[in-house]
Write a protein that binds this ligand. Structure first.
Ligand SMILES: NC(=O)c1ccc[n+]([C@@H]2O[C@H](COP(=O)([O-])OP(=O)(O)OC[C@H]3O[C@@H](n4cnc5c(N)ncnc54)[C@H](O)[C@@H]3O)[C@@H](O)[C@H]2O)c1
Ligand SMILES: [Zn+2]
Ligand SMILES: [Zn+2]
Length: 288
């Protein structure tokens, strides 16, 4: 067991506070990692605001760091390896075995219920109270222990401070486009919300050769970044009616529509801008 500092929330909606926490030693299938940097995803705000994970909870789920110690059955990483932490999955259910760990049938319990497989906890306050782990990692901390499934080895030449968001926001946005939508060269796509997930979808759409990549948000600075990263058109939906503007750009409607806002009125618009028939999808990724 070691003493670490972690950013935790005790009551739903409280601001995060950095507290001393006891971290259990890694079990046979686990890895101890010194965190170098972590991304911040909107889902951390969802965890802070309650409803996903029992309180108190140590947040953070886009960790990047260096392996310090490995459990006796870990063979894929060793001390000194640079790693990025992603979501937890069991590795044994039918979906995991079919190559879809993001659809693990134990996804919710492993990522949101805060406990280990056996119901015990690996984080504890000084008074003995258990602290929930978030996404099997809790990366807003100087050290984490995580199941080896959460850990992806990365090139030590690449600056670890840049890599954390690969573990959630970037793979969610880019994976939606490249692994699920599979757009064809010349297709059209609208992305609602240009945070980490939306911007990653935009970058992936550019790589895929999408002709119209329309970014929609309510902040001009985010839209400017979307432009820089590959959006061909941007719409500030506080200023311009997004449905009307999309129809001006692509009169027959778009091939694909992605929502990352979680706002029900936006999701409705995301469906309305789609063209009839064809391979039109509306993917709602947002948890809020
Ligand atoms: N399913 C998954 O695997 C997964 C993974 C990561 C994040 N998420 C969820 O995806 C969502 C996006 O995450 P993020 O980290 O990119 O969040 P973010 O807060 O960085 O981005 C959301 C964007 O939506 C914009 N927005 C808000 N209301 C809007 C409105 N009415 N119209 C247009 N734009 C609006 C915001 O200005 C912001 O730029 C969150 O709900 C998060 O919880 C899901
Ligand atoms: Zn996330
Ligand atoms: Zn599984």
């Amino acid at each position: 067991m070691m003493k670490i500092k972690a950013a935790t929330v005790t009551h739903a909606g409280d601001p995060l506070s950095i507290v001393d926490v006891q971290l259990d030693d890694p079990q046979a299938n686990e890895v101890l990692i010194k965190i170098v940097a972590t991304g911040v995803c909107h889902t951390d705000a969802v965890g802070r605001d309650g409803g996903t994970t029992p309180m108190p909870v140590a947040l953070g789920h886009e960790g990047a760091g260096i392996v310090e110690r490995v459990g006796s059955s870990v063979s894929t990483v060793k001390p000194g390896d640079h790693v990025v932490l992603s979501f937890a999955y069991c590795g044994n259910c039918s979906n995991c075995l079919a190559g879809h760990p993001g659809m693990c049938t134990h996804f919710n319990e492993l990522n949101f219920e805060g406990a280990n497989h056996d119901g015990s906890h690996r984080l504890h306050l000084d008074n003995g109270e258990d602290v929930s782990v978030f996404f099997g990692q809790s990366s807003f901390a100087d050290h984490v222990v995580a199941d080896v499934h959460n850990v992806v080895k990365v090139d030590p030449e690449v600056d670890l401070r840049l890599l954390g968001p690969l573990g959630c926001g970037i793979q969610t946005g880019a994976g939606t486009v490249l692994n699920y939508i599979h757009p064809k060269f010349g297709d059209s796509i609208v992305v609602f919300g240009t945070g980490a997930v939306g911007l990653s979808a935009i970058m992936a759409a550019k790589i895929a050769g999408v002709a119209h990549i329309i970014a929609i948000d309510i902040f001009d600075n985010r839209l400017a970044l979307a432009n820089e990263l590959g959006a061909t058109e941007t719409i500030n939906s506080k200023v311009v009616d997004p449905e009307q503007r999309v129809r001006e750009i692509v009169p027959q409607g778009v091939d694909y529509s992605i929502d990352t806002t979680g706002v029900s009125s936006v999701i409705k618009t995301a469906i309305h801008v789609l063209k009839q028939l064809a391979n039109a999808f509306c993917l709602v990724l947002a948890a809020t």
